[in-house]
Design a protein around this ligand. Structure first.
Ligand code: K7E
Ligand code: CUA
Length: 765
């Protein structure tokens, strides 16, 4: 069946024949039948009805999950838990051309350390940008714990735009957390090291020369970039700082960072010393760091910081003298530190304690104001007593880790790692409300917008470290398990298990889907990684190739279904640069591009300009092609890179003799007329309906008109060739006219189906 008859058949079906007859051949299966056949309970059905999102419908929330060791971000919908996208961040991601085209290589270059590429990342904590403490849907940040880096993702196109390296840390964990207006992105170190780069300091000098810290990365919202020059770090003792959180509302201007090894233990099991795990949990308490970041920023502006490896660092003695740094004891080896939505309380969960401790910001401020301290730490930092600042301690269970908040007042949820449970509790009254078992060993948990000033409630996701028996076995390395829990009622209900097969997603954030408004296309000729016009962009008809000594630079275009140019000629040893602009305006019309065996790949979404660059270091013939199935003639979207030996002399090859005659041409002309009739009938259907009420259809119609518009030039050419009785070219140009028709018909049929499925109405003539 050739394409044309396929189209016709589709048209006939779409016109309403056939479907009813087919479905009546099957006996209907009732809900009860299905329940019996699949062994489902009423409870299962209830859970299913809370997560199932019917085809064509969308999720209420969009979640951005850390991709753990994959160095990526995973985007999925809630409540369906359908994966929507992987975003390449610290790691090359071939589909998006990330790390395989020049534009994205520039972004990854920002993540080089000591001049070397680091092609993996250990992502932990994604953070959405905020305005007045609420998610604004503009940017996403995520950290790399292993290599102290932070990335900025723009939510207009879900692409990574920037990676910055912390010049004084060697690892970091307490990030990314944003201040309420995203002035700063907080990132705390984890394992203490000397700040000086590439300097050996013996472990015996740990207390004196190893340091922790918190970096406040300045975010320039207008540029959508971290402003490294305006960022600064607070020097901290080598206490193995862990998570952080920014104060909000009542506590705006302050931030909180805890620590898990104030023992400053340096291990040495191989020398007969007890291991880290014993040495780091010997004392009953560690310290929460309380930092006035607003005042810290003023101190930096006033020149009170000193430069270390190019970064402004506020030394500890300055922080102490200026009164911007305090410590409060917190139960043994804590993990999460989470500020309540009103900013009045800070919940700390001690992994080795069965309690969560709720600190009162008001009490902390009162103690600081009164100068009431229980002492100083070995570095002279004032220590506020736990008793003076505690609001409540609540016994929840074994291994409490992280806390998130509900839309209901005073309601919090804390993960219990050892118990494999989520505890729902009241932080105002200090009592447990409900518990639910998860599967298994929960790390973080997340409620909808649950770390903002305005949590949305509804759902909770438990991020479980172990899946054990939940899924079909796939070998010793199991997927992780994100479990969806309904929290809209008094009792929590477990709804769904979602396997995450791409690393350990430590944390995830979810935003009301309505807040996200990503684009559909770029302005034609955009370098998406810089958001500026690409120097390699050209418009249709301006395609050209520049040749200079040792260099070939192609300025080409992509559109259904051809790559311009269709041949690239080079001499072995040439440096080849290929810029390609996707001229499409249609939604979801992405073209990909690769050249055989040269390890380049690019994804060109509508309007984007991409660049691949490589040295043609091998003589030979290398096909290049579009890697996205973009159109019926996608396979024909191809070309050849011809790499000739040095000094190659062109040989005359006899011109191919004509393959087509007048009869072939006439056949083509008839085919064009028949197809036009099909197009006219589709157009008739669309225009006789209220299609203008459907923006998606209006866009399709524009695209189809665009394809038909391109036809004119090819039509003129086949008619001219026919006049000269050049049947070869006349036949082929006529074929090209038909190609445009097919594309237009394809789009038209999509529009027609859409109208039928969305109940479009007939309009009067
Ligand atoms: Cu895995 Cu926040 Cu890095 Cu806890 S972290 S579990
Ligand atoms: Cu363009 Cu396939």
């Amino acid at each position: 069946m050739n394409l044309f008859t396929k189209q016709t058949a589709t048209l006939a079906l779409a016109a309403g024949m056939g479907f009813a007859a087919v479905s009546s051949a099957w006996s209907a299966e009732s809900l009860q039948d299905v329940m019996k056949r699949r062994g489902l309970s009423q409870q299962d059905l209830l859970a299913a009805s809370k997560t199932y999102v019917p085809t064509g419908k969308r999720d209420e929330f969009v979640a951005f999950s850390s991709g753990g060791q994959s160095g990526q971000v995973i985007v999925y919908g809630i409540p369906s838990m359908r994966i929507l996208k992987y975003i390449g961040v610290f790691t090359p991601e071939p589909w998006q051309g990330y790390g395989f085209d020049e534009e994205s290589k520039e972004v990854l270059k920002g993540g080089r350390i000591d001049g070397k590429d680091i092609t993996w990342g250990d992502t932990h904590h994604p953070a959405l940008s905020e305005t007045n403490g609420k998610y604004d849907g503009q940017f996403l940040f995520i950290n790399d714990k292993a290599n102290p880096r932070l990335a900025v993702i723009d939510l207009r196109d879900f692409e990574t735009k920037q990676i910055v390296v912390n010049p004084i840390f060697k690892s970091e964990h307490g990030g990314a957390f944003v201040t309420p207006n995203t002035d700063y992105v907080i990132e705390a170190s984890q394992y203490a090291t000397p700040f000086a780069n590439k300097k050996f300091v013996p472990l015996e000098r740990f207390n004196e020369e190893y340091r922790g810290g918190v970096t406040y990365w300045k975010f320039d919202r207008k540029e959508g970039k971290i402003d490294v020059k305006k960022s600064f770090t607070l020097e901290l003792p080598p206490y193995s700082q862990d998570l952080s959180d920014a104060g909000k509302l009542a506590s705006d201007g302050w931030s909180f960072t805890n620590s898990f090894c104030t023992e400053r233990y340096v291990g040495g099991i191989e020398k007969g010393r007890p291991p880290y795990e014993a040495g780091c949990s010997a004392k009953d308490t560690d310290y929460m760091h309380v930092i006035n970041w607003k005042k810290a920023a003023e101190l930096v502006a006033a020149g009170k910081a000193k430069k270390v490896n190019g970064m402004d660092v506020i030394p500890m003695d300055v922080s102490i003298k200026e009164g911007i740094l305090f410590l409060i004891p917190e139960p043994k080896s804590p993990h999460g530190v989470d500020v309540t939505p009103d900013g009045k309380f800070i919940t700390v969960a001690g992994k080795l304690d069965t309690h969560v401790s709720v600190y009162s910001f008001e009490k902390i401020m009162a103690a600081i104001k009164a100068g009431k301290f229980e002492g100083k730490d070995p570095y002279g930092i004032p220590v506020i007593s736990m008793q003076d600042t505690l609001h409540k301690q609540v016994q929840l269970g074994l291994g409490p880790l992280h806390t998130q908040y509900d839309s209901k007042k005073c309601v919090a949820y804390t993960s219990l790692y050892v118990d494999s449970q989520v505890a729902k509790w009241d932080y105002c009254e200090g009592k447990v409300l409900d518990k639910i078992s998860i599967h298994y060993n929960i790390g973080h948990l997340m409620t909808m917008e649950g770390d903002t000033v305005d949590p949305k409630g509804h759902y909770l996701v438990a991020l479980n470290k172990l899946a054990i028996d939940r899924f079909n076995p796939v070998g010793p390395l199991h997927p992780q398990n994100h479990q969806l829990i309904d929290i809209s009622n008094d009792k929590m209900q477990l709804l769904y298990d979602m396997p995450i097969p791409l690393g350990e997603p430590h944390y995830v954030v979810a935003i009301d889907a309505k807040m996200l408004k990503p684009g559909i296309r770029y302005k034609v000729g955009t370098n998406s990684r810089t958001d500026k016009p690409s120097a390699g962009a050209v418009r249709a008809g301006e395609e050209h190739t520049d040749k200079k000594a040792g260099k070939v630079e192609v300025f080409g275009t992509l559109i259904r279904s051809h790559i311009t140019p269709e041949t690239i000629e080079a001499t072995v040893g040439d440096e080849i640069t290929i810029h390609l602009t996707n001229l499409e305006r249609a939604e979801d019309e992405t073209h990909g591009f690769t050249v055989s065996t040269y390890n380049v790949h690019a994804s060109a979404e509508p309007g984007k300009t991409v660049t691949v660059k490589f040295k043609a270091d091998k003589e030979g013939v290398y096909p290049y092609y579009c890697t996205e199935f973009c159109s019926a003639l996608h396979l024909e979207m191809q070309g050849y890179l011809l790499v000739k030996p040095k000094g190659y002399k062109e040989v005359k090859v006899a011109a191919a003799k004509a393959d087509y005659n007048k009869a072939d041409y006439d056949k083509q002309v008839k085919k064009i007329a028949d197809t036009q009739a099909v197009i006219d009938s589709v157009v008739g259907f669309i225009t006789s309906h209220n299609y203008k009420d459907f923006p998606d259809v209006v866009a399709l119609v524009e695209d189809a008109t665009d394809q038909l518009g391109r036809m004119k030039e090819a039509k003129a050419k086949h008619e001219e060739s026919a006049k000269k009785q050049d049947w070869q070219n006349a036949t082929l140009w006529a074929e090209q006219v038909w190609q445009y028709q097919v594309k237009a018909a394809d789009i038209g049929l999509r529009a027609k189906t859409y109208l039928e499925e969305h109940g479009a109405k007939k309009v009067g003539k």
